[in-house]
Each structure stands twice: as structure tokens, then as C-alpha cells.
Design a protein around this ligand. Structure first.
Ligand code: SAM
Length: 240
């Protein structure tokens, strides 16, 4: 007897993400690729009950289910993953595309700690791939014995994206050095730019200056080429 089709459902966010990424451009394509990125998951009432996270501190990693709230609601059966150069088309359910039915995302992230006080409950996370303000729909502890499958076939995404050499020029270094978070921001800049945030169809050297927003700065960079190898150079770091 086929099950009746499920009617549309309403989901209520349990909280939201505060992250180092004010907008989508430059955010790593998956979690763990920039572990210098710090984030907080702020639970909202009535889900901000400390009882709801009792025991969670005993897990080092969490699944975060969230809404790609900056993606359009419309979806198409075929998408063009950046990993395939932005031209080849593949089924949306064979991808981790941000443009998908119901706009649901899931990320496996490291839990650094849980803060509960009068202002509520906040989870300190590491290495997220989520834009600041992302609505969170669910949290689950990660169970490697059930979910880690190193033997799995991984289609068109067999390994992390390649990394490019990144250099921060003297003027940008000087701007960085004046900041109290200089070390962690420097690490974040290197980790984010190494993944070449430019659109997939842009490769090799370019005159164009790009800007990636991280925390409260705009990191301006360009792509250079040395003996056939592309590298990125940070030319300016501007407070925004
Ligand atoms: N790990 C998740 C998954 O597999 O469902 C997300 C993968 S998706 C390719 C990661 C990208 O989503 C980031 O590079 C960023 O550009 C985008 N993104 C992050 N937060 C978003 C949001 N709230 N709305 C729309 N896009 C978002």
C-alpha cells in the first residue's frame, strides 16, 4: 500500500549562526576546509533551554542542519557544480548545491564548547562553511562508528579542492599587525584564499582585484602566475 504523499511541512529555526563570513563569496565549499574560522550557534527561545544541550559537550563533532536562506526558493533538476568547472551539469540530488528543493544544508562541524548563561545557550563551533545569520533547523551529535565511511565512492568530488599558494604583501601585513586578532585572521585569510574563491570559470592570472569579506574587513587580492603556477596575493586589507 503506497504511503500517502506528505503535505508541505513548516520548520521553525532553533537558532542561527554567527560566523566570520558576512557574505557567501569566499566561504569554503565544505566544513573543515578553513579550521581557523570561528562561529557560534545561538539558540533561540524556546529552544535555548540548557536542558536541551545536556550531554552534548561529550561529543566533539555535530551535524548542523540549516537553511540556505540566501539561496532562491526556485530550484532546477540540473545544477553546475563549481567542482566541475561551472559548465558540466549534474542532478541536484547528486550535488551539494546551495540551490535545491527546501534549501536544506547539512554540515559536520567541530564543537569547541557550550556557553550557557542568563542570555541563553551558545555553541562555539570551528571550521563552519556557513554565512553569518544562517538559520539552524537541527543539531545532532556525530557518530563516527555509524557515519564515517572512508571506503565510500565519491563521484565527481573524490578529494578536497586543490589549494593555491597565498602571499600577503607588506602593506596588508602592516594593516593586519595592528589587530588583536591578527594571528587568527591571518590564518583564516590563508586558508580561505588558498581555495581560490574566484568563480570556477576564472583561473590563472588576472588583472582584476577581488574582495572577500572576513569578520570586519575586506581582503583584497589578485591572481598572479609564476612559471605556470597560479598564486594569490593579498594587496590590501580594508576595515568595513
Ligand atoms: N556542507 C553543506 C552541505 O553540504 O549541505 C554546505 C555546502 S555548500 C556547497 C557551502 C556553500 O554554501 C558555501 O561555500 C557558501 O557559499 C554557501 N552558503 C553558506 N551559508 C549559506 C546560506 N545561509 N545561504 C546560502 N548559501 C550559503
Amino acid at each position: 500500500m503506497p504511503a500517502p504523499p506528505c503535505p508541505p511541512v513548516t520548520l521553525t529555526p532553533i537558532g542561527h549562526i554567527e560566523s566570520d563570513y558576512p557574505d557567501k563569496f569566499g566561504v569554503p565549499r565544505q566544513p573543515g576546509l578553513a579550521d581557523a574560522a570561528r562561529a557560534r550557534l545561538v539558540l533561540t527561545a524556546p529552544f535555548d533551554d540548557p536542558l536541551a544541550v545536556r550531554g552534548l559537550e561529550a561529543f566533539s563533532h555535530l551535524w548542523i542542519t540549516f537553511l540556505f536562506h540566501l539561496s532562491p526558493e526556485r530550484w532546477t533538476p540540473l545544477v553546475r557544480p563549481p567542482r566541475l568547472g561551472g559548465n558540466a551539469r549534474i542532478g541536484v540530488f547528486a550535488s551539494r548545491s546551495t540551490h535545491r528543493p527546501n534549501r536544506l544544508g547539512q554540515s559536520l562541524v567541530e564543537l569547541e564548547g557550550i556557553d550557557t548563561d542568563d542570555s541563553g545557550v551558545r555553541l562555539r563551533l570551528r571550521g563552519v562553511d556557513l554565512v553569518d545569520g544562517t538559520p539552524v533547523l537541527d543539531i545532532k551529535p556525530y557518530l563516527p562508528w555509524a557515519e564515517s565511511r572512508p571506503e565510500a565512492r565519491t563521484g565527481f568530488a573524490p578529494a578536497p579542492p586543490p589549494r593555491l599558494p597565498v602571499r600577503i604583501n607588506r602593506a596588508a601585513q602592516a594593516a593586519l599587525d595592528t589587530r588583536p586578532d591578527a594571528e587568527s585572521l591571518r590564518a583564516l585569510i590563508h586558508q580561505v584564499l588558498a581555495q581560490d574563491p574566484r568563480p570556477a570559470y576564472r583561473r590563472g592570472a588576472e588583472e582584476r582585484i577581488y574582495g572577500v569579506r572576513l569578520r570586519d574587513v575586506d581582503v583584497r587580492f589578485r591572481a598572479l602566475e609564476d612559471s605556470g603556477e597560479t598564486r594569490l596575493e593579498v594587496v590590501e586589507i580594508v576595515m568595513v
